[in-house]
Each structure stands twice: as structure tokens, then as C-alpha cells.
Design a protein around this ligand. Sequence first.
Ligand code: 5GP
Length: 179
Amino acid sequence: MLIKDKHFRPFLDHHQIAQQVARLGSQLNQDYAGKNPLFVAVLNGAFMFAADLMRHITIPSEITFVKFTSYHNLLSTGTVDQIIGFQTDLRDRHVVLVEDIVDTGITMTEILHEIRTFQPASVEICALLLKAEALQREVAVKYVGFEIENKFVVGYGLDYDGHGRNLPGLVILEEETQF
Ligand code: 5GP
């Protein structure tokens, strides 16, 4: 499959993803029963994952959205800038960060740092994908959909230069080139 100017091959189909999302949902329902968790979904990439995950959440909870600068800016600056910030009071809340993918872990480290300044009761990360081998920071990702190899993936909310977010499943870059 051609997305923009690169070739991708099928990786995880929507059914495989749905199974893991359902598993994560029931785990969260158990772990956060009686805690009224605040889910914080990180835009843009997590929009589809967060929407599907929330359909499995049956306990009282809330969801809000944050947005930070892009991956590319991040690589060059090493910091994240908020575009859409925290609009819900996080103090004493049980926060679950909902992220599409944890790669080097730099983004999550920065977001965690920011969140902790609001003094939440607890913070955990729920990521659909984890590139464990690419981690450069010590980030504990408690809820993981799939551990994947260190290759560039697109679909189910994740983009290649703005393209491919709409795909219901995930595709992976065919070339040997690593991201
Ligand atoms: P980290 O800071 O953990 O290196 O990167 C996290 C962010 O990088 C993700 O939220 C995502 O935007 C981007 N990213 C990392 N790996 C991939 C990938 O394989 N595909 C896509 N589309 N984005 C990725």
C-alpha cells in the first residue's frame, strides 16, 4: 500500500486491535473501580484508540484531551510545548494517560513531568503500542496493547506526514529504513 510516497504492508488488522483494546478496557475497569479516573488522551494520534477504549469503560470516569508539539520539533528541541493544555483540574485525580505509541519515551517523560506539577493522586500510562527497544527514558507503561519492533507504523490514528490516520488497522513501513 502506498501512503504518500512510501510503501507499507499490513501489520495489525482492526480485529486484532479491537481484541487488545477490549482487554485493556476491562483491566482498567477493574483497576479503577471506585476511583473516578480521568483519562487524558494525547492528540492527534490517540484519537481513534481513545474513542474505542472509552466504549469499553463501564465505570464512572471522565475524559479530556491534550495536544503537544510534533515529534519532529520534539527531536530538535527536546521539550514539548502545549497546544491544548489541561482544562480539567488534575489535583487528587487518578489520571490515565492514553497515548497511541511510546517510542523513545521522550514525549511521555515530558508530559508526566507536566502532569505531576498538578499533584494528581496517581498517574499511569495506557499506550496502544510500545517500541520497547527504542526506549531512551525510564518510562513505566503499565497498560500496553502491543509491544512492537522498532519500525515505523501508520494507521488507527497514527500518521505518516499527516496521512493514513483514517486506516482502521495498522500498516508498517516496508523499507529497511528505520524511523
Ligand atoms: P517518543 O517521544 O516516545 O519517541 O515518541 C512518541 C510520539 O512519536 C508518538 O506519539 C508519535 O506521534 C510518534 N511516533 C513514534 N513512533 C511512531 C511510529 O512508528 N509511527 C508514527 N506514525 N508515529 C510515531
